[in-house]
Design a protein around this ligand. Sequence first.
Ligand SMILES: *Cc1c(COP(=O)(O)O)cnc(C)c1O
Length: 362
Amino acid sequence: MIPLVKPYIPSADILMPELQKILYSGYIAEGEAVYQFEDKFKKYIGSPYSLALHSGTDALHIALILSGVKNGDEVISTPMTAEPTNTSIAMTGAKVVWGDVNPNNGLLDPESVRSMITERTKAIVLVHYAGMVCDMDEFNKISAEYHIPIIEDAAHALGSKYNGKMIGSNSPFTAFSLQAIKHMTTVDGGFLCLKTEADLDHARRLRWFGLDKKRSRLENDITEVGFKYAMNNVNATIGLVQMRFVEDIVGKYIANGQYYDRMLSNIDGVHLVEYSPHTEASYWLYTMRVERRNAFIKAMEAAKITASPLHHRSDTHSIFKASKRELPNMDKWYSEFVHIPCGWWLTEEKREYIVNMIKKGW
Ligand SMILES: *Cc1c(COP(=O)(O)O)cnc(C)c1O
């Protein structure tokens, strides 16, 4: 089977000497390797500040707290995502309020979000689902008009762009994931990109129990409860090695995605997604709508190609019962969308084979 997701791990001759060095260095906790990784990552993204964390979920949780989200507040989000986007909102005690999606790409619809804003809305969480970028022209306007911060969940969007710039420098907070199946992995890990030094300092304290690492333990006074969200030097060392390959690897996802955009544009039963203005996708998964989806998935399976919707809509979970509402566009999108393999492991032959199998019909 050609898989939908697959971790990219640099070859052993390159990775293992670095791992061995750090493992026996006597310093495997948060340290120099983490700070170097933060520096490399923020330069790659073009973001003023970046904080390395144990996971993307941690990045979302800290971003919500920094946005001022508290118990009883409201956060507008999307059901079209992986679970951590919305469980991290639930962790703050805030109520998730669902926006409906654009039925042509599954991304949050700005007009629907606008219609759900109340005086209790403390943040809007946008998911650049599967590497497609939300309609940032409109969301930036909404954020400025209502003074509500946007948190971009860019777990799928490493290397995606808005206005020619990498996702990660637009909003006050952008969360990335380095979990096993994302574009780039450190086994587990995450980044929070931030815009101000004050937010960075606050986020740093939240990363480590609420302690200020610049002061000695005896001089410290915890004034706000923090967490144990730090990245360690071992994961960071994997990350530093991954950074040597990241442009090449992300570039392969993008080249394969653009190839599908060209080759699948005129096929009966296939509807390509609509990309938001001034954005460039990084195609973590190739996403499209197909007619008779079950038959499509079966035909692909017979050809040894994994095709799947992959994610379960968040709004059907019991913990979000109180947020339930009608989302007609989400219903339509959810019944038709599917992903096909698009990542670095696809050779030119394999992607051509996938296109030919789709052209055969189902
Ligand atoms: C993977 C993922 C996250 C968080 O990832 P971690 O596993 O905590 O690193 C957040 N949002 C989305 C949409 C994801 O797919």
